[in-house]
Write a protein that binds this ligand. Structure first.
Ligand code: GTP
Ligand code: SPV
Ligand code: MN
Length: 594
């Protein structure tokens, strides 16, 4: 054990005692050569990146075009979240629910501790104190991640409020979420991502990638936080948060849940179409992936983004699709698993300029062999670098939410947008969400599955209890947001997307706020309130007759089938499924038969 470990005895006797004890226990189990407590300083970051450059973990990008930026290549077998190896370990199996893989806590600890035994020999153990959310917000929660990956440290520094201020808050509060991570041997057969909600603890072994390894993100801010939120009366959701400012200068905040790689980052950074820009419409970005919200004194839901950075999908990001994201990642950015141009600039499919010479595995680019960038390649960047960054991201009170939006990749049946009649109907719409799987998790891509509230991989407890928790917010006192469903991914007979998407999505947001204010029109149908094409401002958008019919139409026969399938889905949760949700499904199914 080196000196920096002994140094921390300085904290003994303070309320950091339990932290010190835990670090000592972990060090005794994992046997690192050194222990380093992260303070989050520039000097620390410079030293870590220099060491990673020296050992090849980071590759320096073109300093002229991309100052302060790096490429990291992860192990080719470690490029996405691993849902089949992700466990929620509650005492009672039913508390994890059919939506999670479950293991008894004692068994889970024994299995993963056997992997941790001695795993940090020859490595440094980093202690990362972090705060999810503004450091002075009562809605924020702290955690400490122990890791043997300096790449994780560098990413956590961008993604969270990491270091000394977080440690001070932990010292004040005396409690924190404990996350233990080791990259291990990166062997997919020796890999587990385990959650212990009852202990507010996470143990992750054998992956260095994204949500598997940056434990503040999906493990803490969604799986553990959703459990905490249920017991404390708030919501931890897989949602972006954006501010929509109209020409009158009013800002409405919208939270939207789309499954992984289904458009949250893009919508959060939307640039309005030209006519809207001229009129003075503006979108600001509060968050692009995670939203924590709770009722304020006035009964409205107030939301914070617990993160401080974006871990965004690189492929498809271009000047045309997402200029704000592209501008954000011109400097001080870590790229993971993208390709390289001849002059060492990062490159990915859909960038729209330049040409790759090296692919994400570090081999000469060969289009016949593999894409230049992995489909789940990502950029890590501070939210503050985004031109549309909202200073409200730092507001300790959060922002009041006017509308909640659910959506997924639905090639057929589901129209562009519809509105829930009330909160219970909105919860059913969220619970019934379906989407095609994407490259954000290992496994087949393009397979339809139910992904309630975009939380299938992230809810830390039984979905039946989660839906009950959602329903409970409608208690007569709260002034709840309106709920909507969108589908940017409807396809035509030729297989093409029927809606132009991206910036044009503003037209749909405008209609939603019109509904919130009572100024926009809609037609009532059994599935909810649908706009006609003339209820949206479609000036300058050329839609075919097929597009208008499919984007704004209501297909009764298809919805009858869909509701039969939703009914079966709710039954999978047995008697824990709230009756109110089953009643809502039956009411709509009956209306669809009329
Ligand atoms: P995670 O970070 O995995 O949670 O993903 P995300 O929900 O933030 O998705 P992101 O915005 O990164 O988009 C993922 C993919 O969807 C990219 O390839 C985008 O180009 C594409 N996409 C986003 N918005 C739209 C849209 O409005 N229409 C279409 N057709 N594609 C879109
Ligand atoms: C997602 O998969 O929803 C992501 C990427 O945002 S990860 O951090 O890997 O979960
Ligand atoms: Mn996500």
């Amino acid at each position: 054990m080196n000196a920096s470990f002994i140094d921390m005895s300085a904290h003994a006797g303070s309320s950091l005692e339990s932290l010190n004890e835990w670090v000592a226990q972990v060090a005794a189990l994992t046997r690192p050569d050194a222990v380093h407590w992260c303070d989050g300083s520039d000097a620390e970051n410079d030293a870590l990146t220099a060491a990673m450059q020296a050992d090849g973990t980071l590759i320096k990008l073109n300093e002229e075009t991309h100052p302060g930026s790096w490429l990291h290549r992860s192990d080719p077998q470690d490029v996405a979240r691993v849902e089949h190896l992700t466990f929620v370990c509650t005492t009672e199996r039913d508390d994890a629910g059919p939506n999670n893989h479950w293991m008894a806590p004692a068994d889970a600890h024994a299995r993963i501790d056997a992997l941790f035994d001695g795993c940090m020999r020859g490595r440094t153990l980093y202690v990362i104190p972090y705060c999810m959310g503004p450091i002075d917000s009562p809605l924020s929660r702290c955690g400490v991640e122990i890791t043997d990956s300096p790449y994780v440290v560098a990413n956590m520094r961008i993604m969270t409020r990491m270091g000394a201020p977080a440690l001070a808050r932990i010292e004040r509060e005396g409690h924190f979420v404990k996350g233990l991570h080791s990259t291990g041997e990166l062997d997919p057969d020796r890999r587990f991502i385990m959650h212990f909600p009852e202990e507010l603890a996470i143990k992750s072994y054998g992956s260095g990638y994204g949500g598997n390894a940056l434990l503040g993100k999906k493990c803490h801010a969604l799986r553990i936080a959703s459990h905490q939120a249920r017991t404390e009366g708030w919501l931890a959701e897989h949602m972006l948060i954006l501010g929509l400012e109209n020409p009158q200068g009013e800002t409405h905040y919208i939270a939207a849940a789309f499954p992984s790689a289904c458009g949250k980052t893009n919508l959060a950074m939307l640039i309005p179409p030209e006519g809207y820009l001229k009129d003075g419409w503006k979108v600001t970005t509060v968050g692009d992936d995670i939203c924590w919200m709770r009722p304020g004194g006035d009964g409205r839901l107030y939301a914070i983004n617990p993160e401080a950075g974006f871990f965004g999908v690189a492929p498809g990001t271009s000047k045309k699709s997402n200029p704000n994201a592209l501008a954000s990642i011109q400097y001080n950015t870590i790229f993971t698993n993208v390709g390289l141009t001849a002059d060492n600039q990062p490159w990915w499919e859909g960038l729209g300029e330049g040409a790759p010479v090296t692919d994400w595995r570090g081999e000469p680019y060969n289009a016949a062999k593999r894409p230049a960038a992995h489909p789940n390649s990502r950029f890590t960047v501070s939210a503050r670098q985004c031109p549309s960054y909202s200073p409200e991201s730092e507001n300790p009170v959060g922002v009041p939410i006017s509308a909640i939006v659910f959506g997924g990749r639905r090639p057929s049946l589901v129209p562009l947008v519809f509105e829930a009649r009330d909160w219970t109907h909105g919860v059913l719409i969220g619970a019934a969400m379906g989407s095609e799987t994407t490259a954000a998790a290992t496994g087949a891509v393009g397979v339809m599955r139910r992904d309630p509230m975009a939380m299938k991989p992230f809810c830390g407890y039984n979905f039946a209890d989660y839906f009950s928790h959602w329903l409970d917010f409608d208690n007569g006192n709260n002034k709840l947001p309106k709920i909507f469903h969108v589908n940017w991914f409807r396809r035509g007979a030729e297989g093409d997307f029927l809606w132009p998407g991206f910036g044009e999505n503003l037209r749909v947001l405008e209609w939603m706020i019109g509904r919130v204010k009572g100024t926009a029109g809609a037609v009532e149908t059994p599935i909810g309130n649908l706009p006609t094409a003339s209820d949206l401002n479609l000036e300058g958008v050329a839609l075919s007759a097929e597009a208008v019919e499919k984007l704004f139409g209501f297909e009764r026969a298809g919805w009858q089938e869909e509701f039969a399938s939703i009914g079966e889905y709710l039954e999978e949760y047995g008697p824990r499924m709230p009756q109110a949700l089953k009643d809502e499904q039956r009411r709509i199914a009956a209306q669809l038969q009329d």
